[in-house]
Write a protein that binds this ligand. Structure first.
Ligand SMILES: [Zn+2]
Ligand SMILES: [Zn+2]
Length: 293
């Protein structure tokens, strides 16, 4: 696929091969983003805008995080901060080592910080209040509470000039607050964890199945689809489905409902992609004018 083209197809783009766009020198570009990993074995999202480079979650090991950053020509030493959604291991596995090695500021709420196991973060901890907003150099973050079985889990919107992205992963259901916060985004990273039927028939023990589908568990494909319908607007250009279960979901299952939804008359073309566990996603770039490069 041509990296610079806007995908016209409404079919999901399966990101099983790494593609990188070397266009960061282009002055038109305002915000670049790529998923370093997604799923129960580790989650991390790289965001850069202006002179600011951050990770949202650091769920891979320190070494693997560095390796994947290097594959997109980013040195871990150049990161400005890590922002943490919640304390589950798949979101913080590499947090302490990265923070301690690089003296990297960590933006985190207090309940999450105090529920992390093991020795604390030695470096620069900057607490934010859940529901609060904070500026991080060129980026403006708005946190919002999500229903999940962690101490105080949050999602984020991130704004840079006119560009707004929304990140909501690890949530049992879309609350009214989540829906409100995800409106008017140019790009959404949204959990699409499981296919309800696959989960029901799958190998997990009954208690685990109950936990996943509970209101403090994970978002199903169907719930993700419904949420996208709710927050759809003419400015929405890209949806990245995130945190897919490797056991209770498939790329086809995750993509098909939303592809069908977006084929309805009245929906403009939206680029739909799936973030995966073992491969870095494609770099996505958003411009001030809300055009895709
Ligand atoms: Zn979690
Ligand atoms: Zn998770």
């Amino acid at each position: 696929m041509n990296c610079h083209a806007v995908p016209n197809s409404l079919q999901p783009i399966y990101l099983n091969s790494y593609e990188h766009i070397k266009i960061r020198g282009d002055t038109k570009i305002s915000l670049n983003l790529c998923t370093l990993a997604s799923g129960s074995k580790g989650n991390a999202i790289y965001v850069e805008a202006g002179k600011t480079k951050v990770l949202v979650d650091a769920g891979l090991s320190g070494r693997e995080t560095r390796r994947r950053l290097q594959s997109i020509d980013v040195h871990a030493e150049d990161l400005d901060a890590v922002i943490v959604s919640h304390e589950h291991t798949d979101h913080i596995q590499g947090l302490k080592v990265l923070s301690n090695q690089l003296n990297l500021p960590v933006y985190i709420n207090y309940p999450t910080l105090s529920n992390m196991k093991g020795p604390g973060i030695k470096g620069d901890v900057r607490e934010f209040d859940t529901g609060g907003a904070f500026s991080l150099q060129d980026l403006f973050f708005q946190s919002f509470s999500v229903p999940h079985d962690a101490a105080d889990p949050v999602g984020f919107t991130i704004e840079y000039k006119e560009v707004k992205i929304g990140i909501a992963t690890d949530l049992g259901f879309p609350t009214r607050l989540v829906t409100e916060r995800l409106k008017k985004c140019d790009l959404l990273i949204l959990e699409s964890n499981h296919d309800e039927e696959m989960l029901k028939l799958g190998p997990y023990p009954w208690e685990v199945k109950q936990r996943i589908k509970s209101r403090l568990g994970h978002l199903s494909n169907h719930q993700a689809e419904t949420l996208i319908k709710e927050v759809y607007h003419a400015g929405l250009r890209h949806v990245i489905l995130f945190h897919l279960s490797e056991i209770n979901n498939s790329p086809q299952k995750a993509g098909e409902g939303i592809s069908l939804l977006l084929k309805n008359p009245g929906y403009h073309p939206i680029s739909l992609s799936l973030a995966v566990q073992h491969t870095v996603g494609k770099m996505v770039s958003l411009t001030h004018e809300n055009k895709w490069t």
